[in-house]
Design a protein around this ligand. Structure first.
Ligand SMILES: Cc1ncc(COP(=O)(O)O)c(C=O)c1O
Length: 420
């Protein structure tokens, strides 16, 4: 449904990838910024939203708003139905075995904190170990650090090589009888590294160790199949996946979720309450205390429908070419060094420009209408590993074009001029 009556580009299911038509689905991409057409290269921070998502949110609030699971009236049934349909939509998106394996959370960060609190508190003790890698976002470091501090456990870190790939032999050596969990990014937000996750999981399973994958930078770009991956937990954020902010997903294998105690207490997560004892609800509701972000779930469902129409395999193929073009365009800029040259790169290009601070690069590009991110990207250990205070990061989505990457390279050449 489109309130504007605008034809949606994604009706083109097959055929060539028509990025110009797809761009028309994203109102934010039609704007001018500082008198120039917006070149949005900050999708790893948050993605822009297609009209279909905006329409779904609006329709929900206009004609379907009520609280879920508690009402007997028409609107409550409608909202519950929409919320549970969104869960089933996400189950299909991840190829999970059952909708009960899909827990709605606020985002990747909350999903990881949930597993740290519920699985971690129950299963991690003094002297036990949790393995992360050197390329993690702070969201996949700090919750484990907090858990380890509380339990007297140890955080083990898989090192990175000079390309920004994890050192698999070191990982293998770190796995041992005290390892209680491996928590790793599927794709790095700071370097673009696509981790060899199937290998990471197989090696962990060989030692009976469960694996959590942080899919924040993977779900918007690659088809994810949790049954094929065989991971115990997978998390991602709605707002990076073309959906609303404030909604995210924790996938957990049913038997793991069932064995975990709940995270927060409150409404909806209970079956019965007396002052003496509370019986908890079944999964996933056991982990969804309080009124959930119903509109967010509906909006995320609409985003996944949209992605399905475009086709994630086609998106991945298009982005592959886009990234190759971006690498070539940036490498041609004098004085530019890519930070991270991994074997397989996701849709992230991190770089430093000789003698110019990343914030200055970002500020000058902004004058050209080009939106990039400058800083540590919530991955300070990555900055330390590559001995840089910060990088400039251009992050792409399927609505970006080769022309925009050329504009980025031209903008960077201007930055060089300004700084002599
Ligand atoms: C790899 C990775 N993990 C976790 C997060 C945290 O996501 P959120 O802030 O949506 O919870 C991000 C956000 O940039 C990320 O890139």
């Amino acid at each position: 449904m489109t309130s504007t009556g605008q034809a949606r580009a994604v009706t083109i299911a097959g055929g060539a990838f028509d990025v110009e038509r797809i761009r028309k689905d994203f109102p934010a991409l039609q704007f001018q910024v500082r008198g120039k057409p917006l070149v949005y290269l900050d999708s790893a921070a948050t993605s822009q939203k297609p009209q279909a998502v905006i329409d779904a949110l609006r329709a929900y609030y206009e004609t379907g708003n009520a609280n879920v699971h508690r009402g007997v009236h028409y609107l409550s049934e409608k909202a519950t139905d929409a919320y549970e349909r969104a869960r089933t939509r996400i189950q299909r998106f991840l190829n999970a075995a059952d909708p009960g394996e899909i827990v709605f959370v606020r985002g990747t960060t909350e999903g990881i904190n949930l597993v740290a609190a519920c699985y971690g508190r129950q299963r991690v003790g003094a002297g036990d170990e949790v393995i992360v890698s050197g390329l993690e976002h702070h969201s996949n470091i700090v919750p484990w650090q907090m858990l380890c501090a509380e339990k007297g456990a140890v955080l083990r870190v898989v090192p990175l090589d000079d390309h920004g790939d994890i050192v698999l032999e070191a990982y293998e050596r770190l796995l041992g009888p005290r390892t209680r969990l491996v928590a790793m990014a599927h794709v790095s937000n700071a370097l673009g590294t696509v981790n060899p996750v199937k290998q990471i999981i197989a090696l962990a399973h060989a030692q009976g160790v469960p694996v959590l994958l942080d899919g924040a930078q993977a779900a918007p770009h690659l088809p994810v199949d949790v049954r094929d991956l065989d991971c115990e937990f997978y998390v991602f954020s709605g707002h990076k996946t073309f959906g609303p902010t404030g909604i995210g997903v924790l996938y957990g294998k049913a038997d793991w979720l069932e064995r975990m105690p709940p995270y927060q207490g409150g409404g909806d997560m209970i079956r019965s309450v007396t002052f003496e004892k509370t019986e908890y609800n079944v999964v996933p509701y056991k982990f969804e205390a309080g009124t959930p972000h119903i509109a967010g779930a509906v909006g995320l469902g609409a985003a996944l429908d949209y992605l399905d129409e475009v086709g994630l395999a086609r998106i991945a193929a298009y982005e592959h070419g886009l990234i190759a073009h971006g690498v070539a365009a940036l490498t041609a800029v004098p004085g530019l060094r890519l930070v991270g040259t991994p074997r397989e790169r996701g849709s992230v290009l991190s770089f430093v420009l000789d003698g110019v601070h990343a914030h200055d690069v970002g500020t000058i590009l902004d004058q050209e209408g080009i939106a990039v991110r400058a800083g540590h990207h919530c991955a300070m250990p990555v900055m330390r590993r590559f001995d840089v205070p910060a990088t400039t990061r251009a992050s792409l989505a399927f609505y970006n074009t080769h022309r925009e990457l050329d504009a980025l390279a031209a903008g960077l050449a201007r930055v060089r001029e300004v700084f002599g």
